[in-house]
Design a binder for this molecule. Structure first.
Ligand SMILES: [Zn+2]
Length: 449
């Protein structure tokens, strides 16, 4: 009798655990973040007027996937050039207070559209705002923060039972733009289109999270209309193909990747369609079922700059290039006030679903070498590598790009208002952090390799 009772209790225990194991819930939502007043677009130094109208709405979107409080993740994607530390921290603090999430459970991403409003201080050296413009930019950041919090709250309130599926496809319009600038490099690209499909058990598609490694720079500096560039068009197309679904674009390691050719709305539409078709191909093909737990990890690593070059800044501040002068002003101010500008904190993050899918989230304008190398080293993982996650503070060159020099290695640091270039160990330090977050999420890796 006692044995029977124990068996009964055991079977109830197993049954209840089975019922809960893999009980995934998901919710998605979107909110327009199109400015309602004229605003300067970010990304090109050559623009001479703010944007007043849009081609289509730009969006902040959220996707929440959760099993329980220890097994969940929130994705936030935005049609913006890059988010600031200030916005990201404010969003995290609000969500942490409301839902008890830890830092590793929130991944934010910017599509890097060059047709989105300025989120100060991302790429701030290209601008020299007057009192009114600076006020408009600050007000936009404030509204943006509230909008992102709101869209996550909406996604949280939409949670329903869900199933997850992973697939891959390819799109070929990204080229290695450093080749065009004669850096004599290997022309590497990453044409992978990773897709995470979120559907109800009945098969209704709730959300489509997809990625691609390419600058959203189809439109150039003669464009003065808010829009999400090719990624904006792709999301519209995917939402049209899958009524009721929220399509979220997670920008990949496209720091040195451009669409080619570029320059017209027709081309941005065409690339968007090409990417949306690739996503549809992945979703109509055989997709891999994705399970739980949802394990997440977030670490900060220090990236070192090359030694502070006082003489160079003293020369630049009296030179004839206004961007170099503005950067020199920042550096000399730091020097005179004793602020440490020898390094900065770089967040590296990962989310791993069961043993089925791992999303690596790197910050900044990461060059393609990082995704290619990650996929090579961790070949047994089904990897989805994103760049431009959390804050976008500058370009992240690889050892190779640093050695070759040029815009992504050096000159871009001027427009980001940072000292530079990075010290030679930048790639090694980032890969050490990548190994750490992968290990923390259950991947078998050696840290000191
Ligand atoms: Zn860029």
């Amino acid at each position: 009798m006692r044995r029977l009772l124990i068996l009964f209790i055991l079977s109830v225990f197993i049954a209840s655990n089975l019922a809960h194991a893999g009980d995934i819930k998901a919710g998605a939502a979107r909110i327009s973040i199109t400015p309602t007043t004229p605003m300067w677009l970010n990304g090109y130094a050559g623009r001479e007027a703010p944007a007043t109208e849009s081609i289509h709405e730009i969006w902040a979107k959220a996707l929440v996937i959760e099993e329980n409080n220890n097994s969940r993740v929130i994705f936030v994607t935005t049609d913006l050039l890059g988010l600031s530390h200030e916005v990201v921290e404010a969003v995290y603090k609000a969500l942490s207070a409301k839902y008890g999430i830890n830092r590793s459970q929130l991944i934010m991403n910017a599509s890097h559209t060059h047709s989105g409003p300025v989120v100060w201080p991302c790429l701030d050296v290209i601008h020299d705002f007057n009192l009114t413009d600076q006020g408009t930019v600050a007000a936009y950041s404030h509204t943006l923060t509230n909008n992102i919090i709101k869209v996550v709250e909406d996604a949280m309130s939409n949670l329903v039972p869900a199933k997850l599926y992973s697939g891959h496809s390819t799109a070929g319009f990204a080229i290695n733009r450093r080749n065009l600038r004669d850096h004599n490099n290997n022309g590497s690209t990453d044409h992978d289109v990773p897709v995470l499909k979120v559907a109800t058990p009945g098969g209704k598609i709730l959300a489509v999270l997809f990625g691609y490694a390419c600058h959203n720079t189809t439109l150039v500096d003669d464009n003065h209309l808010f829009n999400g560039d090719y990624a904006g068009f792709a999301q519209i197309e995917i939402e049209k193909n899958n009524p009721g679904a929220v399509a979220l674009f997670l920008m990949g390691c496209g720091g040195d990747q451009n669409p080619e050719p570029r320059g017209t709305i027709a081309l941005a539409t065409k690339y968007g369609k090409e990417l949306a078709d690739a996503v549809q191909t992945a979703m109509t093909g055989t997709m891999k079922s994705v399970t739980t737990p949802v394990r997440t990890s977030y670490v900060n690593t220090d990236l070192n700059f090359q030694p502070f070059d006082l003489a160079m800044y003293q020369k630049d501040i009296t030179g004839d290039n206004k961007y170099f002068q503005r950067r020199a002003k920042l550096m000399l101010e730091a020097y005179n006030k004793g602020w440490d500008v020898s390094k900065f904190h770089y967040p590296v993050q990962a989310v791993r679903f069961g043993n089925d899918l791992t999303i690596l989230a790197l910050s900044g304008e990461v060059v393609v070498d990082y995704s290619l190398k990650s996929k090579k080293i961790f070949a047994s993982e089904n990897l989805f590598v994103a760049g431009y996650c959390n804050e976008v503070t500058c370009y992240i060159p690889s050892k190779r790009v640093l050695k070759e020099g040029g815009y992504e290695a050096d000159e871009s640091m001027v427009y980001y208002g940072l000292p530079g270039p990075f010290a030679d160990d930048v790639e090694d330090r980032i890969f050490k952090a990548i190994r750490q977050v992968l290990k923390n999420t259950g991947v078998k890796v050696e840290i000191n390799k």
